[in-house]
Design a protein around this ligand. Structure first.
Ligand SMILES: *[C@@H]1O[C@H](CO)[C@@H](O)[C@H](O)[C@H]1NC(C)=O
Length: 518
C-alpha cells in the first residue's frame, strides 16, 4: 500500500468515526496490529478523538479496567484472533468487559458472521454508516492545544491499577525523531517490528516509519517461527526490530538457519535487557550488522538511553543519553555519581523531556514521577525506576527495576498483579511472592514465585508452577509463564517488614542460568 492509499483509507475511516462519535471521545482499539488496526488508529486521531491502546492478549477483567479508566465510548476489535492456526474469541472478551459500543472486524473474510449485541456494529455496517455523508477529500486539522491527548496508553505501576498515560501531539514528533536520529530510518527502508498497538512500541514504530517515509512491513502471525524469518527475507526488510525474548527463541530453535537476511542494514532491540551472546548471534545472521539498543518507557513516548550508529557499540549495552534527555545515576543516598565514574544505581532523568507525560488519568503524576526525587543543578529529577550500570567505557547496561514492577517478555507488569492472580489457587499455600530475575549471566528476566506452605501441608514445586501459570494466563495475560517455583519456610523481610526482593532475586540467579542453558 502506498502512503497515498493509506492516507485515503485513514480519511474514509475518520469520516465514519466522525459520524459515529463526538470530538474528544476516547475510543479503544483492542486487536492485533493489522493494516485495519493501523488505519483505525490514525483515523481516530485524525477525527479529533483519543485512541485508547489495549493489547489483544488481555483478559476481560483487564480490558474492563482500561475501558473504565479511559472512559471509552467505543471499542474497535475483531471477532477472533488467529494464533498458531487456531481461532481464539476476542469479541466475546470485549463484550464481557463492559457495555460500551463495539465495532467488530472479521479476522478472515469480508464481514463478521457472529451474532452481535444491539449496540454493536459490524465493520461493514460501520463503514456504510458514513457512505451517505459527503466524503471530504481533506480533513481540516483539529485545532486543539498541542497538549491535547491523542493516545491513552497503559503501564503497570507498583500498585494494582495500571497507570493511564496520555500522549499528546508532541509524542509522535519525539518518536519520529528517535527513528531518524538513532535508527537512521529513511525513504526506501523496509522497517519491520512485530508488536501491538497496546504496547508503547506499537505507536512509536508507526510514527517512526511513516514520518520518516519508510515502508512498514506487517507480518500476521507469530514472530517466533521460521515463517516470520522467511517474511523478513522475502519482504526485503532493511531494519528489523526485535525484543530479546524473541531472539532467544530464534537462537534456541535455530529456526532461521539458511535464510537470506542480507538486505538488513541494522537491527533494533528494545523492551528488555539483552543477552550479549544472543546479540552476537543475531548480528551474525546478517553479516554482523549493528544492533541499536533502545531503552525508554511508555510515559516517555520514546527512549532515554540509546545505542547509535555514530558511536562504537557493544552488545547488550547503550552508549548515550537520548536526544534532549539528561540522565544521572544516583547512589543509595540519592546523590548523582560523577558523569565519568563507573557505577550502578537508580537512574534520575532531567525533568524536561519532549513528548514525555505530564499527567496521568488515574493517579497523581507529580507524586509518582517527582516526589522524593533529589534536586540536581537546580532541577527536580524525574523518577523512572530502572537500575542502570555505567561501565568503564561509558556504556550503560540495564540491570532491572528499583521498584516492584517487572518486565516479562517486554511487557511491564507488577508483582502485586501476579500475586493477586495466584492467590487461592492451591490450598497448601499461605503466602506467595512474585519476583522477576535475570539469569546470572544476563538476558531477559524470568518470572519466579516463592511459596510458603501452611503447617502440615505439602506440595511439589512443579505442581504449583503449573497451577500458578494457569491462573496467571487466565486472569492476567496468556503470554506469561512461571519459570521456577521455590517453596520456602519464610519470606525474608527487613525489620520494618519490607520484602527483601533483592535477596530473593540473588537466590535464584544461578538456577535460572542453569535452566536457560537447556
Ligand atoms: C541473498 O539475497 C541477495 C539479494 O537480496 C542476493 O544478491 C544474494 O546473492 C543472496 N545470497 C545467497 C547466498 O543466496
Amino acid at each position: 500500500m502506498t502512503l497515498k492509499e493509506l492516507r485515503e483509507r485513514v480519511m474514509l475511516v475518520a469520516n465514519a468515526v466522525d459520524a459515529t462519535f463526538s470530538k474528544g471521545d476516547a475510543i479503544a482499539i483492542d486487536m492485533p496490529m493489522t493494516v485495519h488496526a493501523i488505519v483505525i488508529y490514525f483515523a481516530i486521531i485524525l477525527a479529533g478523538c483519543v485512541a485508547v491502546s489495549i493489547a489483544d492478549s488481555f483478559a476481560a477483567k483487564e480490558i474492563a479496567t482500561r475501558l473504565h479508566v479511559s472512559n471509552a465510548k467505543g471499542v474497535f476489535t475483531q471477532d477472533f484472533i488467529l494464533r498458531g492456526g487456531r481461532k481464539f474469541p476476542l469479541y466475546s472478551r470485549v463484550v464481557e468487559a463492559g457495555p460500551c459500543k463495539v465495532i467488530v472486524l472479521p479476522v478472515t473474510g469480508e464481514d463478521v458472521c457472529i451474532k452481535l449485541r444491539e449496540q454493536d456494529q459490524s465493520w461493514g455496517d460501520f463503514l456504510a454508516s458514513a457512505k451517505r455523508l459527503p466524503r471530504p477529500n481533506h480533513f481540516s486539522p483539529v485545532y486543539s492545544p498541542i497538549d491535547f491527548p491523542t493516545n491513552i496508553l497503559f503501564s503497570s505501576g507498583t500498585t494494582g491499577e495500571p497507570k493511564a498515560i496520555s500522549w499528546t501531539q508532541l509524542s509522535p514528533i519525539r518518536a519520529a525523531n528517535d527513528g531518524w536520529a538513532y535508527v537512521d530510518l529513511q525513504v526506501g527502508d523496509v522497517f519491520c517490528y512485530p508488536t501491538n498497538l497496546g504496547w508503547v512500541a506499537g505507536p512509536i514504530v508507526l510514527y517512526e516509519a511513516f514520518l520518516s517515509g519508510a515502508t512498514f512491513a506487517l507480518y500476521h502471525g507469530s514472530p517466533l517461527g521460521r515463517g516470520f524469518g522467511k517474511f523478513v527475507q522475502d519482504a526485503g526488510v532493511s531494519i528489523l526490530g526485535t525484543i530479546p525474548t524473541m531472539v532467544k527463541a530464534w537462537k534456541s530453535t535455530n529456526c532461521m538457519e539458511g535464510l537470506n537476511w542480507t538486505k538488513i542494514r541494522s537491527f533494533v532491540t528494545a523492551g528488555e535487557a539483552s543477552d550479549v551472546d544472543d546479540g552476537l548471534w543475531l548480528s551474525s545472521r546478517a553479516y554482523y550488522k549493528p544492533i541499536i539498543e533502545v531503552c525508554g518507557g511508555t510515559e516517555l513516548a520514546s527512549s532515554y538511553l540509546q545505542g547509535t550508529l555514530l558511536q562504537p557499540q557493544a552488545f547488550g549495552a547503550l552508549s548515550t543519553a537520548a536526544m534532549a534527555t539528561g540522565v544521572v545515576i544516583l547512589n543509595d543516598n540519592g546523590v548523582p555519581y560523577p558523569d565519568d565514574q563507573p557505577c550502578v544505581g537508580e537512574v534520575g532523568l532531567f525533568p524536561l523531556i519532549m513528548g514525555a507525560s505530564d499527567r496521568l488519568l488515574n493517579a497523581d503524576h507529580d507524586k509518582i514521577y517527582f516526589k522524593g526525587m533529589p534536586m540536581y543543578k537546580g532541577m527536580q529529577l524525574r523518577r523512572h525506576g530502572d537500575i542502570i550500570k555505567r561501565t568503564a567505557g561509558g556504556y550503560f547496561i540495564v540491570e532491572g527495576r528499583a521498584d516492584d514492577t517487572m518486565n516479562l517478555g517486554g511487557i511491564k507488569t507488577s508483582s502485586v498483579e501476579i500475586e493477586r492472580a495466584c492467590s487461592n489457587v492451591d490450598q497448601s499455600v499461605v503466602e506467595n511472592i512474585a519476583i522477576s530475575a535475570a539469569p546470572e549471566d544476563g538476558g531477559p528476566e524470568l518470572l519466579v514465585m516463592f511459596a510458603v506452605l501452611k503447617d502440615g501441608y505439602s506440595s511439589k514445586p512443579e505442581d504449583l508452577q503449573k497451577k500458578f501459570t494457569r491462573a496467571i494466563q487466565t486472569n492476567l495475560n496468556p503470554l506469561f509463564k512461571v519459570s521456577l517455583v521455590r517453596i520456602v519456610p519464610e519470606i525474608p523481610r527487613t525489620s520494618s517488614n519490607k520484602l527483601m526482593r533483592r535477596v530473593l532475586r540473588d537466590q535464584v540467579k544461578k538456577e535460572l542460568s542453569a535452566r536457560s542453558k537447556i
